[in-house]
Design a protein around this ligand. Structure first.
Ligand code: SF4
Length: 332
């Protein structure tokens, strides 16, 4: 059953107390938790499932899943050569071709695409049908972004986070050598995990290029609700602590990003994978230590970090790290 945090995990401090403050939203997002539930229910060691691409950037979870018959493959060729008859689409989604190719090979396909990603895929299709040139604000190498572009199925689409990587360099109506101005209709959707402030900056600049001379611009904020809540929770955490530990796999870019935001906002922040990586010097003079975690970090790893800190003189939060609402479903 998908679950999500509800209330703050903070505790009331007494004078001189050193505290652990856990971000109100951290670790698995709703969509990743849902995808793991589906795949763990479907797989057994006798009937294994190969998710195509990385299901999760966390070595501990990858190891645990392997024992349950879930083992990633880079593509269908690899899955087939390793004897898999069942494959899965991860929470990030994939283009429509994958399901067709799996069917042609007689493979069973388990779709764990997050419904909030599916929403972006359908929206992209609709916008293209309505004649918009589609801009996907996001990382062009990311599977979610690639999937959205594949569903849009048009040459009139681009994925980028940078204005200077768009196919246009001028406002509509501007002419001159080397000037390329946008078409009349341009729409933006966002990768679900992007930052709203950065999306708005990008969209405002693009809008100013598109709307002159009868242009039409549409911004669809498709950053998902769990991501928005996570960003807001991080801001609140930053206001309360003097050190942040962002817990997540070494390859988890969203964990690295959490630590970056903390550092940018003036709170010393470290990205750690395991509690053993905590340097005692980091804790010198710290009263409140904040703990957050990337979207692929399981609760038990977060718990180990909290226990380590508790053993080093910090008061843990009352009620554990993740009070959850079993009935939570994000808005989409
Ligand atoms: S869309 Fe949001 S909830 Fe769904 S998998 Fe992505 S980050 Fe998680």
């Amino acid at each position: 059953m998908p679950v999500a945090p509800t209330t703050s995990s903070t505790t009331t401090a007494t004078t001189g107390e050193r505290r652990i403050i856990v971000a109100e939203e951290l670790g698995y997002c709703w969509g990743v938790r849902r995808a793991l539930d589906i795949i763990e229910d479907a797989a057994t060691p006798e009937s294994r499932v190969a998710p195509i691409g990385d299901i999760i950037h966390n070595p501990q979870v990858v190891h645990r899943l392997r024992g349950q018959g879930v083992e990633g493959a880079q593509d269908l060729d690899e899955a087939e050569s390793r004897g898999f008859k069942r494959v899965a689409i991860t929470a990030h989604g994939f283009g429509p071709q994958l399901a067709q190719d799996a069917s042609t090979r007689g493979m069973e396909m388990i779709d764990t695409t997050c419904p909030l990603v599916t929403k972006v895929q359908r929206l992209a299709q609709k916008l293209v049908k309505q004649g918009y040139y589609l801009v996907v604000y996001g990382d062009d190498y990311h599977p979610e972004v690639k999937g959205v572009l594949n569903w849009a199925s048009t040459s009139k689409a681009v994925a980028t986070k940078k204005i200077d990587q768009l196919p246009w360099n001028a406002k509509r109506g501007e002419t001159g050598e080397g000037k390329v101005s946008p078409p009349r209709k341009v729409a933006v959707v966002s990768q679900t995990t992007k930052n709203i402030d950065e999306l708005m900056e990008f969209a405002n600049t693009l809008q100013a290029m598109v709307v002159p001379n009868g242009g039409e611009f549409r911004l669809c904020n498709t950053i998902c609700e769990p991501t928005t809540e996570r960003q807001e929770a991080l801001k609140r955490l930053i206001d309360q602590v003097d050190l942040i530990l962002a817990v997540g796999g070494r390859k988890s870019s969203n964990t690295a990003r959490l630590a970056d935001v903390g550092n940018q906002r003036g709170v010393t922040s470290y990205h750690i994978e395991r509690p053993e990586e905590i340097d005692q010097n980091w804790l010198e003079g710290v009263t409140n230590v904040g703990v957050t975690a990337g979207a692929s970090t399981p609760d038990d790893v977060i718990q180990e970090v909290v226990e380590y800190l508790a053993n080093n003189g910090f008061t843990p939060p009352e009620g554990g790290i993740r009070p959850v609402d079993e009935d939570y479903v994000p808005a989409f």
